[in-house]
Design a protein around this ligand. Structure first.
Ligand code: ZN
Length: 236
């Protein structure tokens, strides 16, 4: 059997393995597992971020309420003083200060209100994220178990193919095998194509091969690649 036929026979067997790998990769359980994994990988950071933000808001809230208490007290003292003052000039000064104080108080109240709103929103966000985390944890475990089952269901078939491939590869020159294995990593099938000398086109990409390339292809103890698509091409 020529090297090309050996390589094609290897590829034919390998195509079955490729199909199994594709089936596993494209399975629902794997997709769901990957999705859950992606979520769980980043959620800890997101939750930590929310916790830090909540702490920050709490601190702002505490200082704002302390400030409010102080201003409310000041305001009460002020009113008591104002009631006792008879002097017009002093009274107008006190009124001005009182209105400033009221303005500050209102601003502070608005600030507190906004803080409360932000804290509530953050709490909702946190609860939602926690809930999602639990759901994704369940999804991760469930899809993991399903994927293991799927893998198990093709394990014996896979083993048989791998054994056949091992046998087939034994009679293929190592440099040919090495090239094949390297290309196999691209996860694109087929890997090896046979060129019809009369047709002169790469069967993979359709590029017309130069005469020099065709001449080169005649050296069947060497491995050749299409200059355009880099697929392995051999003269059939
Ligand atoms: Zn090509």
């Amino acid at each position: 059997m020529s090297v090309i036929n050996k390589l094609l026979a290897y590829q034919e067997e390998d195509a079955k393995l490729f199909e199994i790998e594709k089936k596993l990769n494209e399975s629902d359980s794997r997709k769901k597992g990957v999705q859950a994994q992606r979520f769980l990988k980043t959620v800890a950071d997101t939750l930590a971020g929310i916790e830090a933000k909540a702490q920050e808001l709490n601190a702002s809230y505490d200082s704002a309420t302390a400030e409010l208490e102080k201003l409310t007290e000041e305001n009460a003292e002020f009113k008591a003083i104002a009631e006792k003052v008879a002097d017009e000039k002093e009274l107008s000064y006190l009124k001005e200060r009182a209105s400033k104080l009221t303005k500050n108080l209102n601003e502070l109240l608005r600030k507190i209100q906004k803080l409360e709103q932000d804290m509530n929103e953050l709490a909702l966000q946190y609860t939602k994220l926690k809930k999602e985390t639990v759901a994704y944890q369940e999804q991760y475990e469930k899809s993991g178990a399903e994927f293991a089952k799927l893998k198990e269901s093709v394990a014996s078939e896979r083993k048989e193919i791998e054994e056949n491939l091992k046998k087939l590869s034994a009679s293929i020159p190592p440099e040919f095998m090495a090239k094949y294995v390297e290309k196999r990593k691209d996860k694109q099938f087929p890997i090896v194509y046979t060129v019809n000398a009369k047709d002169r086109h790469c069967p993979a990409c359709g590029t017309e091969l130069s005469l020099k390339q065709l001449e080169n292809l005649k050296k069947d103890d060497e491995i050749h690649e299409c200059e355009n698509c880099r697929k392995i091409i051999l003269l059939g």
